[in-house]
Design a protein around this ligand. Structure first.
Ligand SMILES: [Zn+2]
Length: 391
C-alpha cells in the first residue's frame, strides 16, 4: 500500500515560514503536504518527480492581477497556472453590483484560487465609471464584502483623476466598516500628492501598489528614496510591486532596491497588455527582483508567505506538514536575457544573465502545469493500438 500520492525528490526546498532552504523530499497525499524529510522512500509513493537542480517552493500568490471587468483581463488559469501561481487576487475588476456575476462566470469556474478586492466603484473597473463619485458607495461595498468574506478580502481604489480625495475616503470607509484594507493606485497630481496620500489617507495594513512606477516617483531628484515612503513603511503601509504595462520602471526600482527599499509583496498586475509587452508573469517579476539584487529566499517569501498574510490565509504560502499542497517547481536558467520595463517614458531593457522559470505547478495536490513533462514517462511506453478490434 502506497502512503503518498506524489513525491517530489531531490529538489532544493525553500519554505520561508518553516525556515527551510536545502535539499528535502516533499510527499503529498490527499491534497495536503504529508511529509517533509531529507529522504523519503520512492516506493512509498504512487508517482515520483525528480526535481534535481530545481527549487521547490509554495505555490506563488499574485496579489494584483485582472481576471474580470476590464477589457484586457485574462481568465485566471491561463494567466496563473503556467507561471507557478496557484492563488491570485483580482484587483478591483468587480464592484458590489457586479461581483456575483464575476463569481458565477470566472471565480467558480477556475482551478486557480481567486480572491477579490471589490472596487469602490459599484460597477467595477469600467473606465468611464471609475470617475463617477455617485457610484462609490462605502456602505453597499462593505455589505457585499461582509456577505462574501470567503472570497472578498478588501477594497480597491484606482485611476480616479479628479483633484479630490473622495475616492480614497470612500474606499477607506468601506474598508473600515468591513474590517479589511484598501489597495491604492492613484498617481499624484497637483493638489493631491503622494506624500499626503501615504501619510494622511492610508493606514497600517493598506497597500500601495505600483510602488516603482515612474508616475509615482519613489526616488527624489537627488536620487534618494523619498522620506515619506520611508515614513509610510514605518507606519505599516505595505508596498506592492504591481508590475503591469505602465507601472514598473527600472529607473525607480534599481536605486530604491540599492537603498534597501524592497517590495513587501511581488505581484504582476497581469492583464493582456502587460503579458504581451512586458511578459510580466510572476517568475518574470521575480527574475527582475533577482537581477536587481534581492536574495532568492526573500523573493520567494515576498511571492508566497507575505501575500498569504495580506490575504489572511495562514494555510497558504508555506509547505509545512498538513498545509495545502499548492506547490511551484522553479528553475534558475542561465543565459542571455533581456528583461523589459515600462511606464510613461516607454519601454527599456535590463540585460540579465539568469532568470527564474516555472517548471511545474501543483494545485491542491494535482499537477496542473508540467512544462517539460517531468511527471510523464517516455513516449516509447505508449501501448500499441488494439489492431484486432480496429480492423
Ligand atoms: Zn491593476
Amino acid at each position: 500500500m502506497k502512503s503518498y500520492d506524489l513525491l517530489l525528490k531531490n529538489g532544493n526546498l525553500i519554505d520561508p515560514l518553516n525556515k527551510i532552504d536545502g535539499s528535502f523530499d516533499v510527499a503529498i497525499s490527499n491534497s495536503k503536504i504529508a511529509k517533509i524529510a531529507k529522504s523519503i522512500d520512492q516506493n512509498a509513493s504512487k508517482s515520483v518527480i525528480d526535481a534535481t537542480g530545481m527549487i521547490i517552493c509554495p505555490g506563488l500568490i499574485d496579489l494584483h492581477a485582472h481576471c474580470y471587468g476590464y477589457f484586457a483581463s485574462i481568465f485566471p488559469d491561463e494567466m496563473c497556472l503556467p507561471f507557478g501561481t496557484t492563488t491570485m487576487l483580482d484587483a478591483g475588476g468587480s464592484g458590489w453590483k457586479t461581483f456575483d456575476d464575476m463569481n458565477e462566470k470566472v471565480v467558480s469556474k477556475s482551478i486557480t484560487r481567486v480572491l477579490s478586492l471589490l472596487n469602490i466603484v459599484g460597477s467595477g473597473m469600467i473606465t468611464d465609471k471609475e470617475q463617477v463619485v455617485s457610484d462609490m458607495d462605502p456602505i453597499s461595498t462593505a455589505a457585499k464584502i461582509n456577505e462574501r468574506k470567503d472570497l472578498l478580502v478588501g477594497v480597491k481604489v484606482a485611476h480616479f483623476e479628479a483633484n479630490s480625495w473622495e475616492a480614497i475616503e470612500r474606499g477607506r470607509k468601506a474598508a473600515e466598516i468591513s474590517d479589511t484594507f484598501i489597495m491604492v493606485d492613484q498617481n499624484p497630481i497637483k493638489g493631491r500628492s503622494m506624500k499626503e496620500l501615504l501619510l494622511n489617507h492610508m493606514v497600517s495594513g493598506d497597500v500601495l501598489t505600483h510602488m516603482y512606477a515612474w508616475g509615482k516617483p519613489i526616488i527624489n531628484e537627488k536620487g534618494d528614496v523619498e522620506d515619506f515612503f520611508l515614513k509610510a513603511r514605518e507606519n505599516g503601509i505595505l508596498f506592492d510591486l504591481g508590475h503591469g504595462a505602465g507601472s514598473f520602471s527600472f529607473s525607480m526600482a534599481k536605486p530604491a532596491i540599492d537603498q534597501g527599499f524592497y517590495p513587501d509583496t511581488i505581484s504582476t498586475d497581469h492583464h493582456r497588455s502587460s503579458l504581451l509587452s512586458n511578459h510580466s508573469n510572476m517568475p518574470n517579476c521575480m527574475s527582475k527582483m533577482l537581477n536587481l539584487g534581492i536574495p532568492l529566499q526573500l523573493i520567494i517569501e515576498k511571492s508566497t508567505l507575505s501575500p498569504s498574510r495580506v490575504l489572511g490565509l495562514p494555510e497558504l504560502g508555506h509547505l509545512g506538514e498538513g498545509s495545502e499542497a499548492d506547490v511551484a517547481i522553479l528553475k534558475i536558467v542561465d543565459g542571455e536575457f533581456g528583461l523589459i520595463d515600462n511606464g510613461l517614458t516607454g519601454n527599456r531593457k535590463l540585460n540579465a544573465s539568469s532568470i527564474i522559470e516555472n517548471q511545474l505547478t501543483i494545485k491542491g495536490g494535482n499537477i496542473v502545469w508540467d512544462k517539460n513533462g517531468l511527471s510523464f514517462s517516455n513516449y516509447e511506453n505508449t501501448p500499441k493500438p488494439d489492431y484486432g478490434s480496429i480492423y
